[in-house]
Ligand binder design. Structure first.
Ligand code: SF4
Length: 66
């Protein structure tokens, strides 16, 4: 799967980094950035999907396959 992160929506709850620390890093204020280019390998998809569902502001978006 491929994801993107809309940092304008992120409200710094940090849930994504808790679920999938290998894909999301938090800055000093708790706002998230994607680690890497948004490509998620199959073994990580469950963690990332949980982050996506739990993000309170829906800032993590799954991109449809090209
Ligand atoms: S869970 Fe959502 S709001 Fe919280 S840090 Fe991650 S992207 Fe931002």
């Amino acid at each position: 799967m491929r994801i993107k992160l809309d940092r304008t929506l992120c409200d710094g709850f940090g849930i994504c980094a808790k679920h999938a620390p290998e894909h999301f890093s938090l800055d000093d204020w708790g706002y998230a950035s994607l680690i890497g280019n948004g490509t998620v390998q199959p073994p990580d998809e469950a963690d990332v999907h949980r982050a996506l569902l739990d993000c309170p502001v829906h800032a993590i978006i799954e991109l449809s396959p090209e």
